[in-house]
Design a protein around this ligand. Structure first.
Ligand code: GAL
Length: 425
């Protein structure tokens, strides 16, 4: 047999046995329902850019984007739970790395392990071990593919506005409460903007981190910090004073509304995760460092409070083959570099091109520096350290506290909730 014919024969056989990866892309077909809460701005743009590239790679797959609006997934998670428990899972869904994934879906045996995808792509060396630990069970089964790393403890502001109002970025909450807040109130500016309930819980975790320190904050989740202790009562007291420096219409505002107050000079500061960077960059087309700027939330310098958005394969997903194709794409450096510059987050895959300043501007460069050098803790408001049951109950505690300002009672209720939901055990 002549050499070219032998090569063709080998190629035909390889194709027949699915050994050439390009062949399988054409073979994967059918609907792929992607469930998330990314419905606007940089979040939606990032998701759409991923879907667009995936559709080029897998032209026979029909992507159905069934995102449910509502920041931090407050509405999406309720819909997802109904569907999962009703035996009607989407093909793949957004879920936070850590307890949001583990305590619910993995524990209930509703997720498929994805180790083969990690092995085929060499990702065991590409994703940070600490992140892999958050998405694996004790037997080493890995259940999801992370698309990003977000930071929760960020303070956003506009440098020119601070100058005009004669204030500087507060180093800690003492300075904010004693100096910054009164000066801004005097100038008729809202010192700190905040939005609906979950954004208040988001603020609370940054305050807790500042007041308790990284070890004390971690202790809330590993059982070493007593939720009913004077220290936690103190966190609520500080949180209450901070709320007095915020806008009164908070419950009516989304996180984007609260970010916009800062961008438009109606408020001086906002504490939000760095999806706000995606909002400033994509929705408002602002220049990093000028139109918006950032600092660790007061008192948390040197600590990076992380969370990660991931996608997995639920058991009984209608089209598991298409999900595997989607997940194999999501973890690649290419996908991570498409998504994260729009989303405001860092790539989770360490072989993505974070060093490229064309892709990742000054915000990302600084966040990456902190991600790789700071002490890392996990976000409660975004599923890393506490189960969904705790987060749901804590939302009520925050709502009650915002109304009655009873710090001792909030701390006692949180202690009871922690006990009921297995936090710290
Ligand atoms: C978080 C999520 C982010 C962003 C944010 C606001 O829970 O991890 O990706 O979507 O909510 O909706």
């Amino acid at each position: 047999m002549k050499a070219p014919r032998l090569i063709s024969l080998i190629l035909v056989l390889a194709l027949a046995f699915g050994l050439v990866s390009g062949a399988s892309a054409q073979d994967v077909s059918g609907d792929l329902e992607i469930f998330s809460w990314w419905t606007g701005g940089g979040e939606e743009a990032g998701l759409n850019a991923l879907i667009e590239r995936f559709s080029e790679l897998y032209p026979e797959v029909n992507v159905i984007n069934s995102a449910v609006a509502g920041g931090s997934g407050v509405n999406a998670r309720a819909v997802l739970t109904t569907r999962m428990l009703g035996g009607d899972p989407p093909d793949t869904f957004q879920v936070h790395a850590g307890e949001e994934l583990n305590a619910l879906w993995v524990e209930a045996g509703l997720m498929e392990p994805l180790n083969d995808i990690y092995e085929e792509n060499g990702w065991l060396d590409d994703f940070p071990q600490g992140l892999l630990d958050l998405i694996s069970d004790d037997e080493g089964n890995i259940y999801v593919v992370p698309v990003n790393i977000h930071r929760s403890n960020v303070l956003w502001y506009v440098p020119g506005n601070l100058e005009e109002w004669g204030v500087t970025v507060p180093a800690d909450w003492d300075e904010f409460l004693n100096t910054t807040c009164p000066a801004l109130q005097e100038a008729g500016v809202t010192p700190l903007s905040v939005g609906e309930n979950w954004t208040q819980a988001h603020l609370w975790e940054s305050v807790a981190l500042a007041e308790l320190g990284a070890e004390g904050y971690n202790g809330l989740w590993n059982g070493e910090t007593n939720w009913a202790s004077p220290e936690v009562v103190g966190v609520f007291e500080t949180f209450g004073q901070i709320l007095d420096c915020t806008n009164e219409d908070r419950n009516a505002l989304t996180w984007q509304d609260a970010s916009q107050m800062v961008a438009e000079g109606r408020a001086a500061f906002n504490v939000m995760g760095d999806w706000a960077a995606g909002y400033f960059l994509v929705d408002l087309a602002l220049e990093p460092g000028e139109g918006f700027a950032w600092a660790p939330s007061p008192g948390t310098e040197g600590v990076f409070m992380m969370l990660s958005d991931t996608f997995g394969l639920p058991k009984n997903a209608p089209n598991p083959e298409a999900v595997r194709a989607w997940l194999s794409f999501l973890g690649t450096p290419e996908a991570q570099d498409i998504f994260n510059p729009l989303k405001g987050s860092l790539p989770a895959n360490t072989s993505a091109n974070i060093d490229d300043p064309e892709l990742y501007n000054a915000y990302f460069q600084e966040a990456y520096e902190d991600w790789t050098t700071n002490v890392i803790v996990g976000s409660q408001a975004h599923g890393a350290v506490a189960p969904q049951a705790f987060t749901n109950g804590f939302a009520n505690i925050i709502a009650t506290f915002a109304a009655d300002r009873d710090a001792a009672s909030a701390s006692a209720s949180a202690a009871e909730l922690a006990l009921q939901t297995g936090v710290g055990r």
